[in-house]
Design a protein around this ligand. Structure first.
Ligand code: AMP
Length: 363
């Protein structure tokens, strides 16, 4: 089948979701001459601040979704918990890239793990926990119990050492459908971000080494220093996933490098990813520009690392140090325009590059 022609600059990209990932996508789109319209329920959307319009409506408002779709040429999403029905409604009007399949898989941890296994990606041992009988039969211990849906940044998770703790943990999580994953003894966490174009071409960004605290990403270092074989496995997994989902856009796959050297798939997100923020300042093409290129049917950009970098998230009041970062020639500061610095909230990030590194043009 012939490919649809590329969407020319001047076209409009619709973004479901109003957060920082959509905001940075809209900035990258503007640089290439595209316009963005953001759709989200909040009264103030930081993505909407840098878009040509913000449609403020609930995800279930079919009339508002139809009006939104009428204003745009292609639709993407910046977070994976957009309801499937919303994406399906949008697909009836305009192409949605990536489509509903990636959302369907990413929204449910058990489905996600089963999909990884189907594609030949290794994972930690896991089992479904949905009843007392499942608890009595559990063997993936010690482990981490996670709700199947709606958990992110370490929320909806408890570490459990034995069956008694598992029973207590399941009660604490509201006896909802959960997944119990065996605790992985990892030496590193990493993630691979893969872009796949309309023509099926795939490109991986260089992988970084991620450090988490309390379930939230704190830093990403690139290069990762991981062995070439680990990098090759990460890329193979990422490409298999992008192809398996038949996705047009970006997918990020979070991975554990276990003490025995094996690479285990943890979770995926079909959108730009926090561990790829360094690409704004230290890569030939940023992950946000790559998403714009993919969804508009443009050629994918080069993904060469320009210089080593370390990205640090600015969480809560850490962003109050903005003046210090601006005074540091090695720091590239990104603030998201959020008005209240609640604890645990991602307010911005800073990427440290060699002090003499030229500034990459991001806007
Ligand atoms: P997740 O929400 O699945 O990305 O989990 C958040 C963080 O918790 C991960 O980045 C790890 O640091 C830790 N974690 C999650 N699952 C496991 C596991 N099975 N074994 C060890 N650590 C884990």
């Amino acid at each position: 089948m012939a490919l649809p022609p590329p969407l020319p600059p001047g076209s409009t990209i619709g973004i479901l979701g109003g957060g920082q990932l959509g905001r940075m996508t809209a900035l990258a789109a503007a640089r290439l001459g595209y316009r963005c319209v953001v759709y989200s329920p909040e009264a103030h959307a930081i993505g909407g601040d840098v878009a040509v319009a913000h449609v403020q409506a609930d995800y279930g408002d079919m009339a508002a979704l139809a009006r939104f779709a009428a204003q745009v040429d292609v639709i993407t999403y910046e977070f994976e918990n957009v309801p499937e029905a919303t994406v399906e409604a949008c697909q009836r009007h305009k192409p949605v890239r990536p489509g509903v399949r990636a959302i369907h898989v990413a929204q449910h941890r058990l489905r996600e793990k089963a999909f990884f296994r189907e594609l030949g990606l290794a994972t930690a041992d896991y089992q479904a926990i949905a009843s007392e009988a499942d608890i009595a039969a559990a063997t993936a211990l010690p482990g981490i119990l996670k709700t199947c849906t709606e958990g992110y940044d370490g929320k909806g998770q408890v570490r459990v050492a034995d069956r008694a703790a598992l029973a207590a943990g399941w009660a604490a999580l509201g006896r909802r459908g959960c997944i119990l994953e065996a605790l992985v003894d990892f030496t590193a966490e990493t993630s691979v971000i893969v872009a796949r174009g309309l023509d099926g071409e795939t490109r991986c960004f260089p992988i970084g080494r991620n450090d988490h605290r309390d379930g939230i990403l704190r830093t990403t270092m690139v290069p990762s220093g991981l062995p070439a074989a680990t990098v090759a496995t990460a890329e193979r997994y990422g490409i298999a996933l992008a192809r398996g989902l038949d996705l047009v856009g970006l997918v990020a796959l979070e991975l554990f490098v276990a003490r025995d050297g094996s690479v285990l798939a943890n979770e995926m997100a079909p959108r730009p990813h926090n561990s790829g923020h360094w690409t704004l300042d230290a890569c030939a093409t940023s992950q946000f520009e790559q998403l714009v290129r993919a969804v508009c049917g443009l050629p994918l950009g080069p993904t060469d690392m320009l210089f080593p970098s370390r990205m640090e998230n600015l969480i809560g009041h850490e962003a109050d140090d903005w003046l210090r970062y601006l005074a540091d020639p090695a720091a590239r500061l990104h603030l998201y325009g959020k008005t209240s610095a609640r604890p645990g909230r991602k307010m911005g990030h800073v990427t440290f590059v060699p002090a003499a590194a030229p500034s990459r043009s991001t806007t």
